[in-house]
Ligand binder design. Structure first.
Ligand code: ARG
Length: 474
């Protein structure tokens, strides 16, 4: 049967090919075999399993536990298996349960007794924990690279639009004018924290479980530090029971991944709104959109919609892993085999999302005029007028009240506050003079928010500069 074969099978004995079958008086049924096997998905760990086995074998030889002949045989056998797996010639067997036993069985077929000695001073429990950590470490490095790619795309677009005025929203209502570059740099900051979170998570991923064996350690004179060094781990897991059983490092990663997706879902929602003709702020290149089979005029922003949707899937994986770990007694339990599919899918979904997103951002066309026109509706500079009056000596609460009345008047005339004539404005405060128009314009308004973190175009350019510096650090 194919490794991931799911067709219904009768509950018949499946034969005793298992590494552990010596203890049993009857073989497991085919149904149980299929239910308990993980090779259909954990074959993805093969490269890391081989890497871990090579390091373990070298340590066994270094510690005088296996001789050089065995080591050489194991090394050449594992190299051959690696070649078979890479070229797709390796035959994965469901009855061999998982990636570890498939590779070990093949090794023994290739090199005989030396292959049987590889598992000395090791258990699948510390082996699988090691494989998952190696896989996750590589995945984190890949994802951080992809996050940087997306950040570059954001920074490039932000720089092009450091002067592009648009309405800033609270409650999705026009609040104050901002520039698009400032808005985009907000997402740069979110992703920067995501990168930092992943880098922090990596520190805890990068510890070696091997040596914990099944749960209690081993009576062989092993050298865990040597294995850790060979595999690029920062150190060893300090407690054998913890090493084989906890998957908190994977949960942490999924939490960080859920936050990345959550950030991207927010930007997605905005891109979708902005592409709606009622906004008309942006257009997304056709290659990222699809049409409708019934409505000929439609151009749908499928990519951001799917990112929004896939956020639910990644959040779900986080909850799955938390629930998997909850109330598990020490030490290893088979429950933990269920860590892999959510973890693999989180990695793949996140990586694909970041790749497509960075490309899509480079295909966004901005309609600066539409953004500007929207900012001119909704009295976006009302706060600026209140600040203007306050600076002329009116207490802020009174200024707020005066401007509120002016806004009502502007609404009655069907005009934006910034378009009212001086004589009209002066009805609400004699402190208003013709210098008021310097703050009532969009440009005057954004330019005045000139401090670190503010929306002034000069500040946005400075933020872009700092971002580029951060991105180019080693
Ligand atoms: N396939 C198992 C997993 O993913 C490997 C460890 C199995 N250990 C055991 N004692 N059955 O967790």
């Amino acid at each position: 049967m194919a490794a991931d074969g799911r067709q219904d099978a009768p509950e018949e004995p499946a034969g005793g090919a298992q590494a552990w079958s010596g203890r049993f008086s009857e073989p497991v049924s085919e149904l149980v075999q299929r239910y308990t096997a993980s090779v259909g998905f954990d074959h993805r760990l093969a490269e890391y399993d081989i890497e871990g086995s090579l390091a373990h074998a070298r340590m066994l030889h270094g510690a005088g536990i296996i001789d050089v002949g065995d080591l050489t045989a194991i090394e050449s056998g594992l190299e051959q298996i690696r070649g078979e797996i890479r070229s797709g010639r390796f035959v994965w067997r469901l009855e061999l349960e998982d990636v570890h036993l498939n590779i070990e069985k093949r090794l023994t077929a290739l090199v005989g007794d030396a292959g049987k000695r590889l598992h000395t001073a090791r258990s699948r429990n510390d082996q699988v924990a090691t494989d998952v950590r190696l896989y996750l470490r590589a995945s984190i490095d890949r994802i951080v690279g992809l996050l940087h790619g997306m950040q570059h795309a954001l920074v490039d677009l932000a720089e092009q639009h450091a002067d592009t005025a648009m309405p800033g929203f609270t409650h999705l209502q026009v609040a104050q004018p901002i520039v698009l570059g400032h808005h985009l740099m907000a997402y740069f900051e979110m992703l920067k924290r995501d990168v930092e979170r992943l880098a922090d998570c990596r520190k805890r991923v990068n510890r070696l479980p091997l040596g914990a064996a099944a749960l209690a350690g081993t009576s062989y004179p092993i050298d865990r530090e040597a294995v850790a060094r060979q595999l690029g781990f920062d150190g060893v897991c300090a407690n054998s029971l913890d090493a084989v059983s906890d998957r908190d490092f994977a949960i942490e990663f999924c939490a960080a991944a859920a936050l990345v997706m959550t950030h991207l879902s927010r930007l997605s929602e905005e891109l979708i709104l902005w592409m709606n003709p009622s906004f008309g702020f942006i257009d997304i290149a056709d290659r990222f959109c699809t049409g409708s089979s019934i409505m000929p005029q439609k151009k749908n922003p499928d990519v951001p919609e799917l990112v929004r949707g896939k956020t639910g899937r990644v959040n779900g994986h986080l909850v799955a892993l938390l629930t998997l770990m909850k109330a598990q007694p020490l030490a290893y339990n088979k429950d933990n085999q269920e860590d892999k599919e959510p973890l693999f899918d989180t990695v793949e979904t996140l990586a694909d999302t970041l790749r497509v997103y960075a490309a899509m951002l480079r295909g966004v066309r901005v309609d600066a005029e539409a953004m500007r026109a929207a900012a001119m509706r909704g009295h976006a500079t009302a706060t600026d007028l209140a600040d203007y009056l306050t600076k002329k000596g009116l207490p802020f609460r009174e200024a707020h009240e005066a401007v509120a009345r002016a806004v009502r008047f502007a609404d009655e005339c069907g005009q934006d506050l910034g378009a009212l004539a001086l004589t009209d404005l002066r009805r609400f405060s004699p402190l208003i003079d013709d210098d008021v128009y310097a703050v009532l314009t969009l440009e005057g308004s954004v330019r005045s928010r000139d401090h670190i973190g503010g929306t002034a175009p000069a500040q946005v350019r400075a933020a872009v500069g700092r971002a580029r510096e951060w991105l180019s650090r080693p």
